[in-house]
Design a protein around this ligand. Structure first.
Ligand SMILES: Nc1ncnc2c1ncn2[C@@H]1O[C@H](COP(=O)(O)OP(=O)(O)OP(=O)(O)O)[C@@H](O)[C@H]1O
Ligand SMILES: [Mg+2]
Length: 444
C-alpha cells in the first residue's frame, strides 16, 4: 500500500520483506530514504538503524511505530534515525515527513558546500587575500609583497595581461592596509572620455563649464583616507596625466574652476595591461609620471606560466558556481582537467572562470566533462605545438604527447570503440589498452 501511495506522489519506491533484505538492497543501490517498521522478525528496526550506520550507508531512516512502541522509536532516533510516524497513519502524514526529510537533505548539502567554501577560503590565505587563490611560488611571492607594502602609502603599479587578477590585487592591497576602513574607489581610466576624466578625478565647481550645474566632488576627494584604484592607467590621455602627476607630487587636488587646492590623503594603486616603458618611449605616457607610479610594481604572471594554480582555481570556481547555480558538481573528469592544464589561457583567470561556469551549465552529471569545453580548448594541436615551442628537445617526451593525442583522436572518432581505434592506430588491441591506462584516458 505504501509503495502505491508513494508512487502516486511521484517517488520511486521499492518494497522488501525484511530487515535483512533491506540491507542487501541498500548495499546494491543508493536510496534517499528508508521507511521501516520497528517490530520485525529477526532484524528489527532498531538493529536495522545500527547496521545501516555501521556499514556507513548514506540514507535517511524513518521508522513506523505502532502505539506503545514510541519509546523504541525515540531510542532509534538517538541512534541515528531521522524521524518516526506512528501507526496508524494517514497517507499525507508519511508524505509530510518525507518532504521534511528532503528539505533537511537539501539544507545539509548546501551547508556542507558552504563550509567547504569557507574552509578553502581561510586555508588559502589570511584576511584580505582570502578571495585570491594561489598555490604556486610566484603567486605566493606576490602575496608576501602585498603584505609587506600594504602598510605604507607608497604608490603601487600592477601590471599583467587581461584577467590575471589586477583588480583583486588592488583590493588586497587596500584590505591589508591600515586604510581598510576607509573607502576603496575604483575608476577605469579607459572607459571615461578625456573631457570628463579630469572632472571625474578632481571634481569641478559649479559653472566651470557648460554642464557643470553644481559643484562636484572628484574621486580623489571621495577616496580621501582610503585607496584610489586607477585601472587601465595606460589609457589615460596626456592632459589628465599632467594633473595626476601634480597630485602625486604635492598631495593636493584642485577641482576644475576652483581657485584653491585641497589637501587629500589618498593611497594610489594603478593597473595596466600595457607595457608602460614602451608607452613612454612612444610618447603616449609621461616619463615623469611613470617614475612616480613605478615605485613598487607587482607583475602578475599569465596563467599559462603558473599552471600549478589551475587545479585549485578550478575547485574554487566549481564551489563558487555551485552556490550560484544551486548545483552540486564536485569535480572535473581527468580528460577535462588535462585540457584545462594544457590550454594557453589568453584571457587568463577570467577565461578559466567563464569556462568552468559554461561547462557546469552544460554538465548533467557530477563532474564537468570535456564536451562542455569550448572547441578551441579541445583542440589538441595546442599541446603538440606547445611542446614543440617550449624548446623541449627530447624525442621521447614529445613523442608521448603526440602518441596520446593520436589515441584520444582515434577513440573520439570511433566513439570509444577500442577495437576499431587500435586498427586505425595500427597497434595491437592490448597495446592500446595499456596506453589508455598509462595516459589516464578514462573518459571520452
Ligand atoms: N588568484 C585568483 N583567485 C581567484 N580568482 C581570481 C584570481 N585571479 C583572478 N581571479 C578572478 O578572475 C577575474 C578577473 O580578475 P580581475 O578583474 O582582477 O583581472 P584584471 O587583471 O583586472 O583583468 P582586466 O585587465 O581584464 O581588467 C575575476 O572574476 C577574479 O575574481
Ligand atoms: Mg581589471
Amino acid at each position: 500500500m505504501l509503495v502505491v501511495l508513494l508512487k502516486r506522489e511521484g517517488y520511486e519506491a521499492t518494497a522488501v520483506a525484511s530487515g535483512e533484505q533491506a540491507l542487501a538492497e541498500l548495499e546494491q543501490h543508493p536510496y534517499d530514504v528508508v521507511l521501516s517498521d520497528i517490530r520485525m522478525p529477526k532484524l528489527g528496526g532498531l538493529e536495522l538503524v545500527d547496521e545501516i550506520r555501521k556499514r556507513k550507508i548514506q540514507t535517511t531512516i524513518i521508522l513506523m511505530s505502532a502505539f506503545g512502541n514510541i519509546d523504541v522509536a525515540i531510542e532509534a532516533m538517538k541512534r541515528g534515525a531521522y524521524d518516526y510516524v506512528s501507526k496508524p497513519f494517514r497517507p499525507d502524514e508519511v508524505v509530510l515527513v518525507l518532504k521534511k526529510a528532503e528539505e533537511r537533505e537539501r539544507l545539509f548539502r548546501e551547508n556542507a558546500a558552504l563550509k567547504q567554501q569557507l574552509a578553502k577560503a581561510s586555508q588559502s590565505g589570511e584576511r584580505g587575500l582570502s578571495s585570491m587563490i594561489a598555490r604556486g611560488p610566484r603567486m605566493q611571492e606576490i602575496f608576501r609583497t602585498i603584505k609587506k607594502i600594504a602598510e605604507y602609502k607608497t604608490t603601487v603599479l600592477i601590471t599583467g595581461e587581461s584577467g590575471t587578477g589586477k583588480e583583486l590585487v588592488a583590493r588586497a592591497v587596500h584590505e591589508q592596509s591600515p586604510r581598510v576602513n576607509g573607502p576603496f574607489v575604483a575608476v577605469n581610466c579607459g572607459a571615461i572620455p578625456e573631457t570628463l576624466l579630469e572632472s571625474e578625478l578632481f571634481g569641478h565647481k559649479k559653472g566651470s563649464f557648460t554642464d557643470a550645474i553644481r559643484d562636484k566632488k572628484g574621486l580623489f576627494e571621495e577616496a580621501n583616507g582610503g585607496t584610489l584604484f586607477l585601472d587601465e592607467i595606460g589609457e589615460m590621455p596626456l592632459g589628465p596625466q599632467v594633473k595626476l602627476l601634480r597630485v602625486l607630487q604635492e598631495h593636493v587636488v584642485r577641482p576644475i574652476g576652483a581657485v584653491e587646492d585641497q589637501k587629500v590623503d589618498v593611497r594610489l594603486v594603478a593597473a595596466t595591461v600595457r607595457d608602460l616603458p614602451t608607452e613612454v618611449r612612444e610618447g603616449r605616457f609621461r616619463e615623469d609620471l611613470f617614475y612616480r607610479l613605478n615605485v613598487i610594481t607587482i607583475q602578475l604572471p599569465p596563467l599559462r606560466d603558473r599552471r600549478e594554480d589551475i587545479p585549485l582555481l578550478v575547485e574554487h570556481f566549481l564551489g563558487r558556481t555551485n552556490l550560484k547555480l544551486g548545483t552540486s558538481i564536485d569535480g572535473a573528469s581527468a580528460e577535462t582537467m588535462k585540457f584545462l592544464m594544457d590550454y594557453r589561457w589568453p584571457g587568463n583567470v577570467r577565461e578559466l572562470e567563464n569556462t568552468i561556469e559554461r561547462a557546469m551549465v552544460l554538465c548533467d552529471g557530477k563532474r564537468i566533462e570535456a564536451d562542455g569545453l569550448p572547441e578551441k580548448l579541445r583542440e589538441s594541436r595546442d599541446r603538440v605545438r606547445l611542446s614543440l615551442q617550449s624548446g623541449e628537445l627530447s624525442i621521447k617526451k614529445t613523442t608521448r604527447i603526440i602518441e596520446e593525442e593520436l589515441i584520444r583522436k582515434a577513440l573520439r572518432e570511433t566513439r570509444g570503440n577500442r577495437t576499431n581505434a587500435s586498427k586505425i592506430l595500427e597497434i595491437s588491441h592490448r597495446a592500446l589498452l595499456y596506453k589508455i591506462k598509462e595516459y589516464l584516458i578514462d573518459d571520452l
